[in-house]
Ligand binder design. Structure first.
Ligand code: AKB
Length: 332
């Protein structure tokens, strides 16, 4: 009996991989909507579900599936995962560094109890789980210039402590039970159309808005405070590329990713190339300055570059041009 070329191909080729079904927790923070947009382009709108405990803006509600999900409610989260046949979970719910210090009990609940729920559900349902970590997972005794992937981590914020806990729990469950845990340590993320909520690196977003609205910026960090930063598009691309990487490419489960490092004085100087009238005053806030002084000045991301090909597209000058252009567009 003759086998047609097509039949033969059908019988020997593996079936095409199914699109992942993605759930994003904390989806209305700085990062969720943009990541959903990118994933929806690749995998289809209906395959990416945003979730949060807040009511979404109408444009977010109209752009794809959105559901209520409280990471502290284990049963509700389980129902969402089961009913929607979720295969990838991106866990963005967290209180950031500065706001966490102002509300330690809540930060502990969301960042640690919420994470435990997500880890258990990921294990139970064989999910690929992405949990972001941060430059905040390092502390004053870590090497700061640069900070490598593996070194002393003794952060002094509840945010940092919860993130180190997340890194270790995820890696433990990966090694013991094969959980497909993936974690990137993000630098400060800079975006024009979404606001960061209560972090130490937020100044690097606000400076662009103030430069364009009043021409003056009052900075809560010292002029020479150097921190790793990244354009949001690079952050989203890194996350998607890392989620798509094959298991065998990953020699680690937690990677630093880097793009640039700058001080408030340096970003102000770069903005002045476009807005020469910008004036900046410096009034360091004790809590955020102490936090920033304990964080790495630069990130070493050579492992991410080598293992899964990480490469940023935006340096400081490209970032400044893009931020000024995007905020100007929003204002017109
Ligand atoms: C913060 O400043 O808390 C965050 C972070 C660096 O993780 N943006």
């Amino acid at each position: 009996r003759q086998i047609s070329r097509w039949n033969k191909q059908e019988s020997t080729d593996p079936p095409p991989p199914e699109n992942p079904r993605v759930l994003i927790t904390g989806g209305l923070g700085q990062l969720g909507v943009g990541l959903a947009q990118l994933l929806r382009k690749q995998y289809g709108t209906d395959n990416v579900i945003l979730s949060d405990i807040k009511k979404p803006p109408v444009e977010v509600f109209n752009s794809g599936p959105f559901v209520y999900a409280d990471v502290l409610d284990y049963k509700n989260l389980r129902e969402l995962i089961v009913n929607n046949r979720i295969t990838w979970l991106v866990h963005y719910s967290a209180l950031l560094s500065a706001v966490g210090e102002a509300n330690v009990a809540l930060a502990r609940k969301i960042n640690i109890t919420g994470l435990h729920n997500v880890l258990d559900l990921a294990l139970e349902n064989c999910l690929r789980l992405f949990v972001p970590s941060t430059i905040g997972a390092f502390g004053p005794s870590s090497p700061r210039d640069p900070a490598p992937d593996l070194c002393v981590q003794r952060p002094r914020t509840i945010y940092g402590v919860s993130k180190v806990h997340g890194e270790l729990m995820g890696e433990y469950l990966h090694h013991k039970y094969g959980l497909d845990f993936r974690c990137l340590r993000y630098p400060g993320v800079i975006s024009a159309d979404t606001k960061p909520g209560g972090g130490t690196t937020d100044y690097a977003v606000q400076i662009f808005h103030d430069a364009l609205s009043t021409g003056h910026f009052d900075c809560y960090l010292r002029a020479d405070t150097r921190l790793p930063m990244m354009h949001i598009r690079d952050c989203h691309r890194a996350t998607v590329e890392f989620m798509q990487a094959q298991d065998r490419q990953l020699s680690l489960r937690t990677y630093n990713i880097a793009a640039m490092s700058f001080t408030p004085a340096e970003v102000a100087d770069e903005i002045r190339k476009h807005l020469p009238g910008l004036s900046v005053t410096y009034n360091p806030d004790f809590v955020r300055q102490t936090i920033a002084d304990s964080w790495p000045m630069r990130f070493d991301d050579t492992n991410a570059q080598r293992d899964w090909g990480w490469k940023p597209a935006y340096g400081l000058s490209e970032l400044v041009v893009d931020m000024l252009e995007s905020i100007r567009e929003q204002r017109t």
